[in-house]
Ligand binder design. Structure first.
Ligand code: PLP
Length: 396
């Protein structure tokens, strides 16, 4: 494809792996024509030069791309980067985080199985477990992820342990290595949603977890311009996903979306350190605010696996604070779902509790109604603080 030397020719494998993730994310395998940015292979199918070449591909003897619901070179470039970042043998990109979660879970469970899941998991993960899986004869039990004894008691006989550390909205962390060891001893498969930490700040596969899922719509994209997901795991687990769910559920990632994510990844280390620095400053100032009862932010010093915070945390206002007035007074923070982009966002839990539909994890798990989740963007932290401070004054 290119007359440039491949990365492997320039870098012995161990030397390459010794480089910092920030450096690795900048450098790609050579592209056609020496293009620095990856080409977008905007094609549904790939043609073969001969009957023999096509037959060899179908027999699995070559790896030439066949059809873009499965092998697209732009998407594969992203998958290789994600596998490298997580320290996994294989990665698959999906059309959304939920595409990744559902394909991975459905490749593991079957009728009669039980899932153990941490409380305060992502709301649509909860809906998948409560609305779709019971129709397939799979049920889920929910445990306090901080309670090792409760997890240990729930594991015997379970098929899958589903973790999210930290959890959605309340950001409770789990002792991932200890829990993974408990599950392994019981023959229970472990899966974790690692969207909050990103592979830069937590690498669960290195701590005994079997499969990692991501909403790449958040920090991996970083620019609030695409919805995407990923699964990273061993080659054996990936083979199972490929045999049982991925091709049939069809939630493949489009090449242009993969290109956006490859572009986002270049600046992931820079962005994450800025998000973390601002989030630490703002969370500290908010802890000193008399109108703020609680700040929910994980403390990496108390975690066995987290190396840093990200930009997402929640505050709980005192009962008499007018949350609507606070939200309406914000000028830099926009009101919106999702997180992980360059822009700061506020998401009041009281609104999410009113979401229509029969299953609502916020209500079932009991999220405080005075809670507001903040996604700290890349703006100047003093500007953001002025915005928050004035809005709190307005609402008090
Ligand atoms: C957003 C999110 C998801 C779902 O990802 P989509 O890309 O929106 O499908 C899963 N887990 C967590 C923690 C999330 O925040």
């Amino acid at each position: 494809m290119s007359n440039e030397r491949s990365k492997d020719e320039r870098w012995p494998r161990n030397d390459w792996q010794a480089l910092d993730a920030a450096t690795q994310l900048i450098h790609d395998e050579p592209h056609a024509c020496g293009a620095i940015a990856p080409p977008i292979y905007q094609t549904s199918l790939f043609a073969f030069p001969s009957y023999e070449a096509m037959a060899a591909r179908f027999r699995g003897e070559t790896s030439q791309p066949l059809y873009s619901r499965g092998d697209n070179p732009t998407v594969q470039e992203l998958e290789e980067k994600l596998a490298g970042l997580e320290g996994g043998e294989a990665a698959r990109a999906f059309a959304s985080g939920m595409g990744a979660v559902s394909a991975a879970v459905l490749s593991i469970v079957q009728s009669g199985d039980r899932i153990v899941c941490v409380r305060h998991c992502y709301p649509d993960t909860y809906r998948l477990f409560q609305q779709l899986l019971p129709r397939l004869g799979v049920r889920a039990d929910y445990v306090d992820g901080k309670d090792l004894d409760a997890i240990g008691a729930a594991l015997p006989g379970a098929r899958l342990l589903y973790l999210e550390s930290p959890t959605t909205l309340l950001f409770e962390t789990q002792d991932v290595p200890a829990i993974a060891a408990l599950a392994r001893a019981q023959g229970v498969v472990t899966m974790i949603d690692n969207s909050w930490a990103t592979p830069l700040n937590q690498q669960p596969l290195r701590h005994g977890v079997d499969l990692v899922v991501h909403s790449a719509s958040k920090y991996i994209s970083g620019h609030s311009d695409t919805v995407a997901g990923a699964v990273v795991c061993s080659a054996a687990w990936m083979q199972r996903i490929m045999e049982l769910s991925y091709p049939f559920l069809g939630a493949k990632l489009a090449p242009f979306e993969a290109w956006l994510l490859l572009r986002g990844l270049r600046t992931l280390p820079l962005r994450m350190s800025r998000h973390a620095a601002s989030a630490r400053v703002l969370a500290d100032r908010l802890r000193d605010e008399s109108r703020v009862r609680n700040v929910f932010q994980p403390d990496p010093r108390q975690s066995t696996t987290l190396s840093d915070v990200s930009g997402l945390f929640s505050i709980q206002f005192e009962e008499d604070v007018d949350v609507a007035a606070f939200c309406n007074a914000l000028r830099l923070f926009r009101l919106g779902v999702s997180w992980g982009g360059y822009e700061s966002l506020a998401m009041p839990a009281g609104i999410a509790c009113q979401q229509s539909g029969s299953v609502n994890s916020l209500i079932d798990f009991g999220v405080p109604k005075q809670l507001v989740r903040l996604s700290i963007g890349l703006e100047d932290s003093d500007d953001l603080w002025q915005d928050l401070r004035l809005a709190i004054t307005n609402a008090a």
